[in-house]
Write a protein that binds this ligand. Structure first.
Ligand SMILES: O=C(O)c1ccc[n+]([C@@H]2O[C@H](COP(=O)([O-])O)[C@@H](O)[C@H]2O)c1
Ligand SMILES: Cc1cc2nc[nH]c2cc1C
Length: 355
């Protein structure tokens, strides 16, 4: 594949089972009825297993990376929005005017914007990482979306961005996306990795009518049929056949977080589809992922079920940009704070019903 990708995949290790057990036992000693913090207990235990230490380190500062790219399948009429919105929203991220910027400011997260494959030229702006692998993908409904070289370059971009953010001190990575038509590629990836039917996996994205939705399902079916042999050839070929450049970059970003034992909070259906690719390449990567939210896209539920991840927030969001993941960050921090701060029954002199 590539030395960087191979080394990153090789460095991904599962959660430490001894630390998982220690963290779960610690939860049970804290002054609360056992299990009373529900999913938050699982999250804190998960972060301990990921980091290899209990209690786990506080996942701050958080760093959001928004990977932007365009999609050849756009020409098939699968999105109601003009393709140039991808580049225009990149400019909006850089100007600080998007929802992702508002949420990141609220959560104290940094924002990094990466052009991994926007079709148009972006006006040079402060802070944009130009890592254009191609000017959008090829139309995945007619053949492979990417060449082998392109998918590897996009994966390497995600790895490099994660490495730089970690080197700069980030202790929690947040995966965001921007790309008109990328819910079509996400649906195709979910079908390919989860063996799901396009009808159940394909949603309305940014908002399409019934007729366009039926057409979009047909396009996903066509994509799977025309790329069938490639999708059966292995996880990397599946990603290049029906994925997007931002999916590949996010998969690399997840792999690097996992290899570094730093948690990565996943956003909606795009990050979910990318996580399927990362998990297919390195199954233990899932141990370092937190599902920030569940998006309104139906395929997202299939992806999260396949990954065995339970979303923290379920607010019918369908925006992308990392917004759902950012909303979950304070919950993840609160879960860790409990492990770090809450007194045990012994220390507080509270009678434990088990004693
Ligand atoms: O995060 C999600 O689950 C999500 C669901 C629907 C739409 N989006 C965003 O909307 C864009 C893709 O929608 P579409 O309809 O053009 O495929 C892309 O920029 C995504 O970030 C994101
Ligand atoms: C305006 C707009 C903002 C977005 N943010 C993520 N995807 C998006 C799609 C559109 C259309």
């Amino acid at each position: 594949m590539s030395p960087l990708l191979d080394a990153t995949i090789a460095a991904v290790r599962p959660a430490d089972p001894a630390v998982l057990a220690e963290a779960a036992a610690h939860q049970d000693r804290l002054t609360k009825p056992r299990g009373s913090l529900g999913v938050l207990e699982e999250v804190a235990v998960r972060l301990a297993g990921s980091a290899g230490v209990s209690p786990p380190p506080m996942p701050v500062p958080a760093a959001l990376a928004i990977f932007a790219a365009d999609h050849g399948v756009y020409v098939r009429g699968v999105s109601p929005w003009p393709q140039e919105v991808t580049g225009q929203m990149v400019a909006n991220f850089l100007a600080g005017g998007a929802v992702a910027n508002a949420f990141a400011a609220q959560m104290g997260a940094s924002v990094t914007v990466v052009d991994v494959g926007v079709a148009g030229d972006l006006p040079p702006g402060d802070g944009l990482l130009v890592r254009k692998v191609a000017r959008g993908t090829a139309d995945l409904s007619r053949g492979p979306a990417m060449t082998r070289e392109q998918v590897v370059a996009a994966l390497e971009t995600g790895i490099a961005v994660a490495a730089d953010l970690l080197a700069a001190g980030a202790r929690c990575l947040v995966a965001g996306d921007m790309g008109i038509a990328n819910t079509t590629a996400s649906a195709a990836l979910i079908c390919a990795y989860c063996d799901a039917d396009p009808e159940g996996a394909t949603g309305r994205g940014t908002g399409i009518d019934d007729e366009t939705h039926t057409h979009k399902i047909d396009i996903v079916r066509e994509a799977l049929a025309v790329n069938r042999s490639l999708c059966e050839a292995g996880p990397l070929d599946t990603l290049r056949a029906v994925g997007g450049l931002e999916h590949a970059a996010i998969a690399g970003f997840i792999l690097k977080a996992a290899a570094s034992r730093v948690p990565v909070i996943l956003d909606g259906v795009i990050a979910g589809a990318a996580a399927l690719a990362a998990a297919a390449l390195a199954p233990a990567a899932v141990d370092h992922c937190v599902a920030g939210h569940r998006s309104a896209e139906p395929g997202h539920r299939l992806a999260l079920d396949h990954l065995g991840l339970r979303p923290l927030v379920d607010l019918e969001l369908r925006l992308g940009e990392g917004t759902g993941a950012l909303l979950a960050h304070p919950l993840v921090c609160a879960a860790v704070r409990v492990m770090q701060d809450v007194a045990t029954f012994d220390a507080a002199g509270v009678t434990d019903k088990e004693a």
